[in-house]
Design a protein around this ligand. Structure first.
Ligand SMILES: CC(C)(COP(=O)(O)OP(=O)(O)OC[C@H]1O[C@@H](n2cnc3c(N)ncnc32)[C@H](O)[C@@H]1OP(=O)(O)O)[C@@H](O)C(=O)NCCC(=O)NCCS
Length: 318
């Protein structure tokens, strides 16, 4: 008989056990430990034990699922109207499907009970509340195609495919930025600042990136106006598990009126050169399929799609 209950303080070692045994795919940090879960999950200021559901068979944890929310529009708090089940992990078990379904249903009940009217499956750049660096790579890419077992849980429950997110990668060894008239003109008219551990701009940014090695490349003109910036991090602990020095792009943005002038390509190529000089060999970013500008930008910089993830969506009840 499977029992479902919410998280208790003595659970971390059992949840690490579940993570290690469940088939989460190659983009899940392994081997998982309770210390790693502590640093990216339980220690978050908005962690709510009611949203982390554990499945127990006798004395053994056989699965867990975690439901959470994203930021409010002002990034100063949580928006309970949109909730997501970030992941569902189930160990190999005769009742595998029933356990997955039971966990997901309880996550949905939790989200609805807190006021959610939109229910998603998987994390994303907009919903990176937990598991950054433990699943997915440079960001949360929904549920990756390589996590087919987990995708199956959402599909069997009737979730539809929402946004598709591409995992784009590029090797950096020996990278040299292009030299052309446009790049030379931008270099002359701008200043590039490299800021390690920048002050987090919002509560949400602080909550989701505290504890990770964040670096911001900021492009300014000579009047000190910020034209755009790129935020990167070292993708730990996943990058160590992969055995590479890596840089993950969390965000790149150019101020509206300054777009289409080559600034993002310049900013990123300078960052790539800087990182390559420091010995970083792999750069990764996640781009939603609908963001054609970002897609074209990263492809023009030599990034290639390594795999795809899906943010699932529970169709509204009629
Ligand atoms: C994506 C973004 C950073 C691009 O910045 P940008 O400074 O305008 O980009 P660049 O001028 O350097 O363009 C470089 C290449 O990207 C592609 N590109 C950029 N904007 C594009 C657009 N709107 N449509 C199609 N291609 C585009 C082109 O291939 C372009 O090369 P080209 O001008 O020689 O054709 C900018 O549109 C932005 O800030 N968007 C909002 C934030 C965002 O979506 N960030 C990405 C996800 S984190």
């Amino acid at each position: 008989m499977i029992e479902f209950r919410c998280f208790r303080n003595e659970d971390p070692p059992r949840l690490a056990d579940v993570w290690r045994s469940a088939d989460l795919g190659p983009a899940a940090m392994q081997p998982m430990t309770s210390a790693l879960l502590e640093s990216t999950v339980f220690s978050k200021p908005y962690f709510d034990r009611q949203g982390l559901i554990v499945a127990i068979d006798g004395a053994r944890a056989v699965g867990f699922a975690h439901a959470a929310f994203g930021p409010a529009a002002d990034n100063c708090g949580i928006d309970p109207s949109v909730g997501t089940t970030l992941l569902v992990a189930v160990v190999p078990h005769a009742d595998y499907q029933a356990i997955g379904q039971g966990l997901l249903e309880r996550c949905e009940a939790y989200l609805r009970g807190r006021g959610a009217t939109t229910l998603l499956g998987g994390g994303s750049p907009a919903m990176r509340s937990f598991y950054l660096g433990l699943y997915g790579g440079s960001d949360l890419p929904g549920i990756l195609d390589s996590s087919s077992v987990m995708q199956g849980i959402f599909q069997r429950a009737g979730y539809e495919e929402g946004e598709r997110i591409a995992v784009l990668r590029r090797r950096l060894a020996g990278y040299r930025p292009p030299i052309n008239r446009l790049q030379v003109a931008i270099r002359r008219n701008t200043v590039l600042r490299v800021i390690d551990e920048p002050t987090r701009r919002t509560w949400w940014e602080a909550a989701t990136t505290t504890g990770i090695a964040l670096r911001r490349y900021e492009l300014r003109n000579h009047s000190e106006e910020v034209l755009g910036s790129a935020s990167l991090w070292d993708m730990q602990p996943l990058a160590s598990a992969w055995g590479v020095l890596a840089a993950g792009v969390l965000h790149v943005g150019i101020e509206g009126p300054r777009r289409r002038q080559g600034l993002a390509r310049y900013l990123l190529s300078e960052a790539m050169h800087d990182l390559a000089e420091e010995g970083v060999s792999l750069m990764e970013t996640h781009v939603a399929l609908s963001n054609s500008a970002a897609f074209a930008l990263f492809e023009s910089l030599g990034f290639e799609t390594a795999e795809w993830g899906t943010v699932f969506r529970r169709p509204p009840k009629h």
